[in-house]
Design a protein around this ligand. Structure first.
Ligand code: COA
Length: 344
């Protein structure tokens, strides 16, 4: 199993902390100090999870040198699908012209990419597919209550994608271990209602994200630390063997606490949440794609990915890096005036 392609796409529109100061009672200083986030990209009308996912997927196919027709399966991790159905994966399949591919979505909230990529890897490892496209794509801005300062400063929109292919034993690239966990008893800490869960009386129309930030923070640190330790043990590796850790990009303080707990050196941990906020399922593949463009991953390196989100759901994965060509990203960071940036 090898990761052979990587791509990302984010909306051009940028919402800064200064913009948020004019929307809710907050300050740039508070947001940076508590989260590390300075700006996030926000989809404009017409931009959806599937359009972002398609752009990221095209970049990933380009970098792998694989045509859409060669893809056997498309798995999309998302909790903000374009529609309840069809699956966002089917929309991406159609937009790409991936005529031979099966397509479905998986939802594990912010752990969605890890759930999706481990699913795709099992298809490749089990012989069910030769080439799998895995996408993490979100438009979190559409499920945010823009009057709730507890949540609206944290999230952003975007997509990342990877191509998985069968490799041979003599070339680098392998799935070394993965751990997926869930504790549904803690669902009330972080959730977003659906069609069968009418909004709680007195709460704004939605459905919107509801979060107990402080407890989510604690759970995230403990869960990702434990999952990382377990994944490393299963892979037979120590922390010092890890060339790069790409964690879910929710909050710099969460990332730092997990790294400290594990004894991971700061220069081995990749973060870009400063410019994207928490893009949920898209955060790991966007970060992976940027890390690769920056030359932070070399063939044969051991990569540790960590994820955590609503569910609660979390996990970790260790991969031996195969080496991936950089793809041109579609993320010109243009700042647009506030009146256009705030979703209706
Ligand atoms: N601007 C200014 N003040 C804010 C604020 C904002 N955007 N959001 C919350 N506050 C206030 C709170 O209302 C609280 O005020 P109070 O004491 O008068 O009630 C105060 O700041 C401190 O809140 P607290 O919850 O202790 O802050 P914190 O240090 O835990 O930081 C989060 C808050 C949300 C940044 C932090 O808890 C967090 O990141 N949690 C995890 C969230 C997350 O990552 N979710 C997704 C997981 S996938």
């Amino acid at each position: 199993m090898r990761i052979t392609g990587l791509g990302r796409a984010v909306p051009e529109q940028v919402l800064t902390n200064t913009d948020l100061e004019r929307m809710v009672e907050t300050t740039d200083e508070w947001i940076v100090e508590r989260t590390g986030i300075r700006e996030r990209h926000i989809a404009v009308p017409g931009e959806t999870t599937s359009t972002l996912g398609t752009a990221a997927a095209r970049a990933a196919l380009d970098s792998a040198g694989v045509s859409a027709e060669a893809i056997d399966l498309i798995v999309v991790g998302t909790s903000t699908p374009d529609a309840v159905f069809p699956a966002t994966a089917s929309r991406i399949q159609d937009a790409l012209g991936a005529r031979r591919a099966g397509a479905f979505d998986v939802n594990a909230a912010c752990a969605g990419f890890l759930a999706a990529i481990s699913t795709g890897m099992q298809f490749v490892a089990g012989g069910g597919a030769e080439r799998v496209l895995v996408v993490g794509a979100e438009t979190m801005s559409r499920i945010i209550d823009w009057t709730d300062r507890n949540t609206c400063v944290l999230f952003g929109d975007g997509a990342g994608a990877v191509v998985l292919e069968r490799g041979t034993a003599d070339e680098p690239g392998a799935l070394e271990s993965f751990v997926l966990r869930s504790d549904g008893s803690l669902a009330s800490l972080l959730y977003c209602g659906g069609p069968n869960e009418p909004a709680i009386a007195g709460s704004p129309a939605g459905p919107y994200i509801v979060m107990d930030g402080r407890n989510v923070f604690r759970q995230a640190v403990t869960a990702m630390t434990q999952a990382a330790a377990e994944a490393l043990a299963r892979a037979g590796l120590g922390v010092s063997d890890i060339a790069l850790c790409v964690p879910h990009q929710a909050n710099l303080r969460i990332v730092d606490a997990v790294a400290r707990n594990l004894g991971l050196r700061g220069d081995r941990v990749f973060t870009n949440l400063e410019r994207y906020g928490n893009t949920s399922s898209a955060s790991i593949p966007i970060a992976l794609s940027e890390a690769n463009d920056l030359g932070r991953l070399q063939p044969g390196d051991h990569l540790l990915m960590l994820a955590f989100g609503g569910g609660l759901a979390w996990g970790a994965m260790v991969v031996e890096w195969a080496g991936v060509r950089s793809a041109r990203p579609r993320d010109a960071s243009v700042h647009v005036p506030l009146e256009q940036a705030v979703p209706a």
